[in-house]
Each structure stands twice: as structure tokens, then as C-alpha cells.
Write a protein that binds this ligand. Structure first.
Ligand code: 13P
Length: 253
């Protein structure tokens, strides 16, 4: 992997952890990784634990991320959270367009694109998720599906595109224990970089970081993270246990 793409490992805690449990998990991770600067490390707790986790990691290089946001800056959007509210809690990152949000909450590429633009305008770094379902993979549609998601979710960003983190998360590998092989993942990552180049330019495509997500564990992390176009991981289940998450981060050099 070219040195200019620093690896980035993020823990997506999804809808898990009370504030007390979130604090304990963040403290354990901090004990192990506070001095670890070789990799960008991001913790994405639920909204309710952002402040607590942010306070724990405030004096470290570990960064805070949210799992979603609304595209509008403020207003009558009951139950929603804006980019500026996340900045207010010292979030650096926000996961957008996760497959669970696409499948369960009807988020379209166009909605994700609006959120990506709003996040960048508020100086948040979006982690934009794409990935095919098992049905789509079996029908040979992986490239088509992923190309459309990348093109539409990241339309109209100009030079800002280089700042965006993309997470390739094959839906069939999320929470299933069925991980993509390093070759399968690398193939799609390289393809995503081709799409990025087509919608921007070579330098931008080479700068953008592409994480893999889907049943990443310490046992498979090294083989995935040494692929030339895999620049990190977006970790679900294994990020809920400090020991597993820390081991994955240590394999991401
Ligand atoms: P798992 O690591 O639990 O498969 O989840 C991946 C994911 O959805 C991260 O966003």
C-alpha cells in the first residue's frame, strides 16, 4: 500500500452499549491504543454515548464518529441530529449510507449524497458505505451495483472527494461470520478506485481511503489489510470487545 494512504480502522458499535458500558469499552481501548499513531482509529458509539466516549478519548489520537446524521442543518426534523450537532460533540467522522440504513430505513443514494455534502460542509469526514447483497453477487451484478452506489452517493463533490472514506461492506458478510476472501475484497476495492478515478482524477482516487467491512476479526484482518487497495476496516461485532478491536488495529500497519 502506498505510504500516503494511512490505514483507518473504525468501530461501528451500532445500537449497542449503555453509557456506562460505552465508557468502560472506550477506556479499555484507550489504555491499549492511546499511543498508537500508526493507524487512524475511530470509535462510533450510538448518539447517546457520543459525549461520554468523546470525553474518554479527548486527550488521545483516537477519534470520535457518529453512525448517521440528517442532511439539514437544523429545523423541524423530530428525532434527527445535524452535522453541526455532531461537531459540537467533537465528532470527526460520520458513517453514512450503511447497508442497514439503506435496507431498514429506505435511504437512497440521493439521500446519502445530500448527507455527504452536509457532512463535508460541516468539516466532518464521511465514511460512505457501499456493497452488494448476496442475490446481486450471485447474479453477477456486484460491479454494477457498487458503481452506481459510488457514483450517486459521491456525485458533485469536486476536490472534496479525496477526503471521503469509502467502506466496502458486502451485505452478505455483515454480521454473518462469512467474510469476503482477501481476493474478493481486493477486486472490488480496486474497482471502486477505478470508479473514483472515472468521476474525478487519478490523484484523488489514489488519496481516498477504502475500508473493508463485514465479519472482520483478528484472525482474518491481516490477510485483508495487506491487500493493496484495502486501507482499513469498518468493524461491527468485533468492535464491541476491546481485545478483538485492539488486535485488529494492531494488524493494520
Ligand atoms: P460485522 O463486523 O458485525 O460484520 O459488521 C460490519 C459492519 O456492518 C460495520 O459497519
Amino acid at each position: 500500500m502506498p505510504k500516503f494512504r494511512k490505514k483507518i480502522v473504525a468501530g461501528n458499535w451500532k445500537m449497542n452499549k449503555s453509557t456506562a458500558d460505552a465508557q468502560a469499552l472506550a477506556e479499555e481501548i484507550k489504555r491499549e491504543l492511546a499511543q498508537h499513531s500508526e493507524t487512524d482509529v475511530v470509535l462510533c458509539p450510538p448518539f447517546t454515548a457520543l459525549k461520554t466516549v468523546g470525553d474518554v478519548i479527548a486527550d488521545t489520537s483516537i477519534k470520535l464518529g457518529a453512525q448517521n446524521m440528517h442532511a439539514e442543518p437544523e429545523g423541524a426534523y423530530t428525532g434527527e441530529i445535524s452535522a453541526n450537532m455532531l461537531r459540537d460533540l467533537y465528532c470527526w467522522y460520520v458513517i453514512l449510507g450503511h447497508s442497514e440504513r439503506r435496507a431498514l430505513f429506505g435511504e437512497t443514494d440521493e439521500a446519502v449524497n445530500r448527507k455527504v455534502k452536509a457532512a463535508l460542509a460541516a468539516t466532518l469526514v464521511p465514511i460512505v458505505c457501499v456493497g452488494e447483497t448476496l442475490l446481486e453477487r450471485d447474479a453477477g451484478q456486484t460491479r454494477d451495483v457498487v458503481r452506481k452506489q459510488v457514483e450517486r452517493s459521491l456525485a458533485g463533490l469536486g476536490s472534496e472527494l479525496a477526503k471521503v472514506v469509502i467502506a466496502y461492506e458486502p451485505v452478505w458478510a455483515i454480521g454473518t461470520g462469512r467474510v469476503a476472501t482477501p481476493d474478493q475484497a481486493q477486486e472490488v476495492h480496486a474497482f471502486i478506485r477505478e470508479v473514483l478515478e472515472a468521476i474525478s482524477d487519478r490523484a484523488t482516487a489514489q488519496c481516498a481511503r477504502i475500508q473493508y467491512g463485514g465479519s472482520m476479526k483478528p484472525a482474518n484482518a491481516h490477510d485483508l489489510l495487506t491487500q493493496p487497495d484495502i486501507d482499513g476496516g469498518l468493524v461491527g461485532g468485533a468492535s464491541l470487545e476491546a481485545r478483538l478491536f485492539v488486535e485488529i488495529v494492531r494488524r493494520a500497519l
